[in-house]
Design a protein around this ligand. Structure first.
Ligand code: PMP
Length: 389
């Protein structure tokens, strides 16, 4: 006998599981080479160092206890120091909140800054995790295209002049997910000017900024209205679930209040482990150098293989950092339709349509080069070529 359950929140109505996500569940099959996930390479995760960090922090009784809601003070200080170096201004630990990955910071920021129906500007194509957060928050989402130099701030300005009044603009400034591009200094300045003129928040989402191949990206977006997010997921390990937010003190206080309701506090143990590793600058510098070198080689290998396989039928720009290449077919190939065939041939990617509610991206795909070594990437492209006939 089926039981009629009591009602659930109407908020769920705006959140849908997509057909693409259901297909991507198949990428976990052992016979599939997945370029779909945004997963750091398992063999580059510093497991020995993580084990040493665990051993050291377990000697401290504070590591197994509840901790402060805004994060372990030692880690907030280290993050404040690192962010001071990256941003070129003095960041205080009171302007840092440690979150359960930067994904939790996105959720808490949406709760702190947005009323239902508030206008939010996102990238087009956008990081799907941000789209999900803003749709759960009941935001009125407006997409602005990403160009070769990041968010098209001229288009944003046109929309603002036309009456758009966003509460918040979310953008991935460095080595964009999914487009791979980096926002130019000009675009960063222009966005900050627009934020000052029209009074909106900028949510700079930057988990990839440290993974550069040639030269570091430009300095972060500078404005009093910036909330900056980053994470230990891509440089140490996603399983630590350590991310952080740098924001004006009032925003940190609001997020702290909301975080009390969400989880009381993050894991003292993994925060102290992250602090242990981030504070060991000589080790960290060497580790980042290894990541940059190997990811750079993988990016170049995938770019070369795609160029050789598809020639004029597709275009793909080389990556300057991060984890993704963005492939666009010029022969009309619909990448959503290609995915099931690609899975039959043992290779997976994310179709462009997953990142935007817009047919413009139906011939594009996001390919992650980070998770597989070069020979596996070559094999993935051979399989993709066989699927694309
Ligand atoms: N922002 C962006 C742009 C991402 O790509 C990701 C993860 N792929 C996140 C935030 C969240 O990462 P985490 O919660 O592991 O820090």
């Amino acid at each position: 006998m089926s039981i009629a359950l009591p009602p659930m929140s109407s908020r769920l109505g705006s959140v849908q599981s997509s057909a693409i996500r259901d297909l991507l569940a198949l990428t976990a099959r052992e016979d599939v080479i997945s370029l779909a996930g945004g997963l750091p390479a398992l063999e580059l995760i510093p497991s020995h160092r993580i084990r040493d960090a665990a051993q050291s922090v377990l000697a401290e009784s504070t590591s197994v206890q509840y901790g402060e809601t805004s994060g372990w003070r030692g880690l907030r200080e280290i993050v404040a120091h690192r962010e001071s170096v990256i941003t070129g201004r003095s960041v205080q630990y009171a302007e840092v909140v440690i979150t359960h990955g930067s994904q939790q910071a996105l959720t808490l920021i949406a709760q702190a800054l947005l009323d239902p129906g508030a206008a939010v500007v996102v990238d087009e194509p956008a990081y799907t995790g941000a789209l999900q957060v803003f749709s759960i928050a009941g935001a009125d989402i407006h997409a602005i295209p990403i160009g070769e130099d990041g968010l098209d701030t001229d288009e944003l300005e046109r929309r603002l002049r036309g009456g758009l009044r966003p509460t918040l603009v979310h953008t991935v400034s460095n080595f964009h997910n999914p487009r791979g591009v980096t926002m130019s200094q000009f675009r960063r300045r222009h966005l900050a000017e627009l934020a000052d003129r029209y009074g909106f928040w900028i949510l700079e989402d930057d988990p990839y900024g440290e993974i550069w191949f040639g030269a570091p990206p430009p300095a972060p977006i500078f404005s009093d209205r910036v909330v900056r997010l980053s994470s230990a997921s891509k440089i140490l390990a996603p399983a630590l679930r350590v991310g952080w937010m740098v924001a004006p003190k009032q925003v940190c206080d609001a997020v702290e209040l909301l975080k009390q309701g969400a989880d009381l506090c993050g894991s003292s143990m993994t925060q102290q482990m992250a602090a242990h590793m981030l504070a060991d600058t000589p080790w960290l510098d060497l580790h980042l150098e290894t990541l940059r070198g190997e990811y750079g080689r993988r990016a170049a290998a995938l770019h070369r293989a795609l160029g050789a396989a598809f020639g004029d039928a597709a275009s793909v720009k080389p990556a300057d950092g991060g984890m993704f290449l963005w492939l666009t077919f010029h022969d009309g190939t619909d990448t959503t339709a290609l995915l099931p065939t690609a899975l039959d041939h043992g290779v997976a990617f994310v179709p462009g349509k997953a990142f935007a509610d817009n047919a413009t991206y139906s011939t594009s795909a996001r390919l992650c080069f980070a998770s597989s070594p070069a020979p596996v990437l070559d094999e993935a492209v051979r399989r993709l070529t066989r699927a694309h006939v």
